[in-house]
Design a protein around this ligand. Sequence first.
Ligand code: DX5
Ligand code: ZN
Length: 220
Amino acid sequence: MEKLIIAPSVLACDFSKIGQEVEMLNQSAAEWIHIDVMDGVFVPNISFGFPVLEAIQKKSSKVLDVHLMIVNPEKYIETFAKAGANIISVHYEVCPHVHRTIQQIKAAGCLAGVVLNPGTPTSVLEDIISDLDLVLIMSVNPGFGGQKFIPNAIKKTKEIKDMSIKYGNTKLKIQIDGGVTVANAKDLVDAGANVLVAGSFVFNSENPIQTIQDLINSVQ
Ligand code: DX5
Ligand code: ZN
């Protein structure tokens, strides 16, 4: 069975001690750290930007997975890459020239992902799936942590998995973000997901390191 990657979202961490939170994640089985950048325009919330990413990068030994919930993401790709991003994902809904934006992310030395909102069908990726390193399927409407999982994401995961096979992109990372817990992790992995983001489920637990391991164990 393919190894499941857990990407804890630091949106749910205690920002008054973010360095310690990242050091805690360094000790965990999580391979990526998920970084949610929100602009208050594309989504109805504002999170953080470059200085926080740079601070995380200084402490982290993990892959930094940056989820841009911003309009005009193409303006900031190189700056996010310089600030420490290893993976950059942009929303399909804000990218009229998504193919160009993907090439721009790769040229900046990062892996490239496209994100689909719950209301965006998977079919829009048919013509670019071969160019992608990652597809992120939102299982909540983006903007906030702690929301309820939308089960239709399982169907969309299967569709992206089938599309990746159809176009021969066998290395594609299929990532799910929003409301992920041990209650839905196995269904998602069985449908084809290989990266799970988890924010509140990890950071609101008594023992985040154990909770990350619980997520991995739950899909066996
Ligand atoms: C939502 C963000 C998510 C969020 C997930 O807009 O993209 O990454 O932090 O948080 P949970 O796991 O609590 O739904
Ligand atoms: Zn996210």
